[in-house]
Ligand binder design. Structure first.
Ligand code: SF4
Length: 227
């Protein structure tokens, strides 16, 4: 149920998590322009978040350096499914002018499945919004697939529910049957001594308590009262 709710709501107002993987900051400035009032992608439901755990779409800028690669992969792995990965600018897509450098580990597609590439150096805000709209569409498709997958096991469970109930009821009856004779058997109640028995609950237990031990406490206080 919870899984289904997440899947259906994830594609409606996606939150973005931005990773700078070694960018020159050209792309980052354009992304800020996308989210601020002039282009105002927030009116379409896109919102920047500081935590990958709250995000639906990851936007990666920069050529993915060897130093940033493990951090990038770790942050992406923390974004819950369904998620969409967008590369912004030529750097994460090919390395751009940094390609072949000793410090570059990219492109990003060598390590994870990238859903949308927004080309340019740096891409215009209009191109970024276009890419985000495409990412939203992909996210909705992924959410729909997950909803279907979540519904399928629930339908199977409902179909098999009567069988399960019948199977659960049968052992209860089987357990209840031998319990009745065990309670009414006098042989098990016989070894119980008066000291062990907490209180006579039934008439049968009262009659099994030895007569002298039961009578003694009653007569002692009566004698003490007379003295
Ligand atoms: S694509 Fe161009 S603007 Fe963007 S980070 Fe690379 S060099 Fe900078």
């Amino acid at each position: 149920m919870f899984e289904k709710l997440i899947s259906e709501s994830a594609g409606k107002s996606p939150w973005l998590f931005h990773i700078n993987a070694g960018s020159c900051n050209g792309c980052d400035i354009e992304l800020v322009a996308v989210l601020t009032p002039r282009f105002d992608a927030e009116r379409l439901g896109f919102r920047l978040t500081g935590s990958p755990r709250q995000a639906d779409i990851v936007v990666v800028t920069g050529p993915v350096t060897k130093q940033s690669l493990p951090r990038v992969l770790r942050a992406i792995s923390q974004v819950p499914e369904p998620r969409c990965i967008v590369t912004m600018g030529s750097c994460p897509q090919s390395g751009n002018v940094f390609r072949g450098s000793y410090s570059i580990a990219g492109p990003l597609s060598k390590y994870v499945d990238v859903d949308v590439d927004v080309a340019g150096c740096a891409p215009k805000p209009e191109a970024v919004i276009d890419g985000l709209a495409l990412a939203l569409k992909i996210l909705q498709e992924k959410s729909a697939k997950r909803s279907k997958a979540a519904k399928a096991p629930a339908a199977k469970a409902e179909a098999t529910a009567p069988e399960t109930k019948a199977a659960e009821a049968a052992p209860e009856k089987a357990e209840a049957a031998p319990a009745e004779p065990a309670a009414s058997t006098p042989a098990e109640a016989a070894p119980t001594t008066a000291a062990e028995a907490p209180a006579p609950e039934t008439e049968a237990q009262v009659s099994e308590v030895p007569a002298p031990e039961a009578a003694a406490p009653a007569s002692e206080p009566a004698e003490g009262g007379n003295n």
